[in-house]
Design a protein around this ligand. Structure first.
Ligand SMILES: Nc1ncnc2c1ncn2[C@@H]1O[C@H](COP(=O)(O)OP(=O)(O)OP(=O)(O)O)[C@@H](O)[C@H]1O
Length: 493
């Protein structure tokens, strides 16, 4: 089989960090090839080099045996490769049609003809069987629709090689199945794909080959069929890793978080929840179930039409997150890029933000105390960084998520609410984060884990399942995967 995409001996440095150290990958024509590695292993750096966004310090990239285009020749790159990122690259304030033809609206002869543009956009989406109205504002699309539009856009430039960088991180079960069906049909049409994910089961389901990077180096490339999962995990971590075992505990009596009579039009209705000290409560359901909206109300990020929220004895005003935090709340938001961290501030500043007032007198933070506390959190959560002074924007995705976690935990919260807590984090780091939630519960905090990752929900004492905006079942510990998924998908009452 011929090689479609190849990177040889790639070295890439960022200051003192060596992100890729003689790394390589070779992807055969028409295959779906997984790239795996722990957080910070160098995967995204390779993506930026394979898409021409960054130049390697050493090494080369070849497409079908030919050297890659010159760095500035964006059109030539677009014809060879496209990437669907976890973070959207489409512009929310523009329509789908405008996004599809961004920078190519006119043919260079006179003004843009909007009607023709819409027609071409419709035709393009029809070709790839994407059922989205081209006049919709891109900001109103679901994550799934947005990804389909991005894939269609990539193919329309003529690219026969698509990189999918953690595409399932924000999709629910049925949407993941639909994405996989589409990937299979693209593969049948001869499209080559590179697939990045921290979910090993997905790799076994959709990929034919896998390459593992560890500490900036290539560790192995193998066919997926017949490869034992232990060997894969060992290649990623360099050690044997055992499965995570959720702990047993007996929750206390005191209610530390409650929501009563909560309704928000279009999101959820008639919800009553209460979480006791030392209890971990899961909130599960499909993307349209209302679980994220409800969690955002519980932390004060989003108002409700009716009902009240009480955090640790304090009634929280809708929209007043600082008041909820002052009452003892720690929070990991759904979208770390928007609400999670400030990229230009350092790891230390981000991680210690909620305790800034306590660390210094008269509101002035002592840099040495901040560094000390930040170092503690870096060790506790195993954050891969040059140190507390590095800007969070320079960290790999999974390590940035750990900083958001550190911020939620730093002030020993009485109530901890985490939304998709392990999104983008690797196999081992996931265990550290779930362990941190269980530690908090053992210290007496009440926690809410909002997720549809079954591994995340396994640490919960009970799981509230939402369907179409209502809590349909309170499932105690001891469920099987099949049972819980059936309730989440509304198959079983
Ligand atoms: N612009 C940058 N400036 C400084 N360091 C960087 C920059 N981009 C990446 N790095 C560093 O390079 C290393 C590799 O990061 P990369 O994002 O490629 O990892 P990754 O394998 O994609 O991780 P994840 O699974 O968390 O997304 C990390 O240590 C990261 O901090």
């Amino acid at each position: 089989m011929s090689i479609h995409v190849e990177a040889r001996n790639v070295v890439k440095r960022f200051g003192p960090t060596v992100a890729l150290n003689g790394a390589k990958i070779a992807i055969a024509e028409g295959e779906t090839h997984a790239l795996l590695g722990r957080n910070g292993a160098g995967k995204s750096t390779l993506v930026s080099i394979l898409t021409g966004l960054q130049r390697p310090d050493e090494g080369e990239v070849l497409f079908s045996g030919e050297p890659a285009p010159a760095p500035g020749d964006r059109d030539a790159w677009r014809q060879r490769v496209a990437c669907v990122y976890q973070k959207s690259t489409i512009i929310p304030a523009l329509t789908v049609a405008e996004n599809l033809f961004l920078n190519r609206q006119s043919d260079g002869h006179g003004p843009i003809n909007w009607r023709t543009l819409r027609g071409r956009a419709r035709e393009l989406l029809d070709t790839y069987e994407v059922d989205v109205d081209v006049q919709t504002l891109a900001g109103d699309l679901s994550v799934e629709q947005r990804q389909l539009v991005e894939i269609a856009r990539a193919l329309s430039f003529g690219a026969r090689f698509i990189i999918l960088d953690e595409p399932t991180a924000r999709l629910d079960g049925p949407a993941i199945e639909r994405l996989f069906a589409r990937m299979r049909s693209l593969r049948e049409q001869g499209v080559t794909m590179m697939y990045i994910s921290h979910h090993l089961d997905e790799v076994y389901e959709i990929c034919q080959s896998v390459t593992v990077f560890r500490d900036a180096r290539h560790i192995m490339t193998r066919p997926v069929a017949g490869l034992p999962q232990d060997e894969l995990v060992h290649a990623m971590t360099g050690e044997a890793t055992s499965a995570y075992h959720a702990r047993e505990r007996t929750p206390g009596e005191r209610v530390v978080l409650s929501g009563e009579g909560l309704s928000l039009a279009g999101r959820y209705r008639n919800v009553d929840v209460s979480v006791r000290a030392g209890e971990v409560v899961g909130l599960a359901g499909s993307a349209s179930s209302g679980k994220v909206g409800l969690a955002e109300t519980l932390v004060g990020l989003r108002g409700a039409d009716t009902g009240t929220v009480v955090v640790n004895g304090t009634k929280v005003k809708p929209g007043d997150v600082p008041a909820a935090m002052a009452a003892g709340l720690g929070f990991v938001p759904e979208d770390r890029h928007h609400e999670g961290f400030v990229p230009l501030l350092s790891v230390g500043e981000n991680a210690t933000f909620p305790i800034a007032r306590k660390l210094g007198r008269f509101g002035v933070v002592s840099p040495s105390r901040r560094r000390e506390k930040a170092k503690e959190m870096i060790t506790a959560l195993d954050i891969k960084t040059e140190g507390p002074d590095q800007p969070v924007g320079d960290l790999s995705g999974g390590n940035a998520q750990k900083v958001v976690f550190a911020r939620a935990l730093v002030d020993d919260p009485t109530v901890l609410v985490v939304i998709n807590p392990t999104a983008g984090v690797d196999v081992k780091a996931k265990q550290a984060l779930l362990g941190a939630v269980e530690d908090a519960a053992e210290r007496g905090a009440g926690a809410v884990v909002v997720s549809d990752e079954l591994d995340d929900l396994r640490i919960c004492d009970r799981v509230l399942v939402m369907f179409h905006g209502e809590i349909v079942k309170d499932v105690p510990r001891g469920w099987t995967d099949h049972e819980l998924v059936a309730v989440m998908e509304g198959i079983q009452e």
